[in-house]
Design a protein around this ligand. Structure first.
Ligand code: MG
Length: 382
């Protein structure tokens, strides 16, 4: 049976890989919607190839270009953030892949789940910011979330066939990023170019900086907490520089299950789309003989304070993880523009978490106000 798929953020790294997955399992999916932020050339190219019913481009200047090209092709073009939300409110699909970047991805996840549409979730911010809200909505609608992130996909795969009560802990692995061994006294001198140079994964700029500060691992911890419903003290982080073991679970009898593979996002994306099947591919295989070694280290919280701040935010819950996330996102943009130092990022996050007005159960409106507040807080940091 062909399933109807919407890809939000189709021109980003995950979106492009998702379309390669669609190429691999062509008969199983019909692409209904594609959306992009501003990459109009690639969106047009994708639209002409996959013939969706509708596309959205958020940037209004790019909107005109896309409309001119696709109008005669009988593909509906929606422009702006409103257009994105309008698409997210349509339930003419079976599955949404949410590969939007950052805070902007939260609301489309909530809208899809409300409609009872399952979400293959790559956007971390949805669960980090609105974890309890997502849970409430899922309870009502019954819609499911299929994790796309490599770590969460690994845990999900390891959990297949197991009883949840037999799981002792979840072990999230992380590469440690590009600054794992750099002299800690030189962190203030780190440039955006250096931080954008990730050893194993090719990703968008925002998430690459998040890997360099290692807040990425903290955000993934918060996501794991909501996805797998496990107490925070039962989630560990282990540094594994080769990014071959994507994460593990330890059972109560001491048995450990791990999921391994080459660092290729197409594999977890495809599993999220074809679950519970592992469909054949001709992609690169893991070669254990070439691999030589897989090593492990303790995470270094002194070197990467953002990771500790994320752990702390999960202990506080309520609005703290949301503020942490927004403050980080806008601090990263300021760092990429050379306005602040690499070492200012954790200072900004800490300040925002401490100064914001904490609430236990924020609704969407509260979260939207919080985004505005945190954005202003980051802007005013000098
Ligand atoms: Mg990850």
């Amino acid at each position: 049976m062909t399933r109807k798929l919407s890809i939000l953020g189709s021109t980003g790294s995950i979106g492009q890989n998702a379309l390669k997955v669609v190429d691999n399992i062509q008969d199983d999916f019909q692409v209904i919607n594609l959306t992009a932020n501003s990459n109009h050339d690639l969106l047009i190219e994708q639209a002409l190839k996959y013939r969706p019913l509708a596309v959205n481009i958020v940037d209004s200047e790019s909107g005109q270009i896309v409309e001119d090209k696709l109008r005669k092709e009988d593909i509906e073009v929606l422009v702006g953030r409103e257009g994105l939300l309008e698409l997210a409110k349509r339930n003419d699909i079976d599955l949404v892949l949410n590969a939007l970047m950052g805070t902007a991805g939260m609301e489309p996840t909530l809208l899809a789940l409300e409609l009872g549409v399952d979400v293959a979730l790559s956007n971390k911010e949805s669960l980090v910011m609105a974890g309890s809200l997502v849970k409430q909505i899922q309870e009502k609608s019954g819609a499911k979330i299929f994790p796309v992130d490599s770590e969460h996909s690994a845990i999900w795969q390891c959990l297949q066939g197991e009883n949840k009560e037999d799981v002792q802990k979840i072990i999230l692995t992380g590469s440690g990023g590009p600054f794992r061994t750099r002299d800690i006294n030189t962190f203030a001198e780190i440039t955006p170019q250096e931080a954008l140079n990730h050893p194993n994964w090719e990703m968008g700029n925002k998430i690459t900086i998040d890997s360099a500060t290692m807040i990425n691992k903290g955000l993934e911890l918060i996501e794991a907490y909501w996805l797998f419903d496990i107490p925070i003290d039962h989630i560990d982080v282990v540094i594994h520089p080769q990014s071959i073991i994507h994460s593990m679970i330890e059972m109560k009898d001491g048995s450990v299950k791990a999921q391994l593979g080459v660092p290729d996002m197409k594999i977890p994306i495809q599993y999220a789309l074809t679950y519970p099947r592992h469909i054949e591919t001709d992609w690169e295989r893991l070669d254990f003989i070439k691999l030589k070694e897989i090593t492990f280290e303790m995470p270094d919280y002194e070197r990467f304070p953002c990771m500790g701040l994320a752990f702390e935010s999960l202990r506080q819950l309520g609005t703290t993880p949301a503020v942490l996330n927004v403050a980080n996102e806008f601090a990263v943009y300021r760092f990429l523009k050379n306005e602040i130092l690499f070492t200012d990022i954790p200072k900004i996050i800490k300040g925002a978490c401490e100064k914001h007005e904490w609430m236990e159960n924020p609704d969407l409106n509260d979260l939207q106000n919080l985004i505005i507040w945190a954005k202003d807080y980051v802007k005013s940091y000098n």
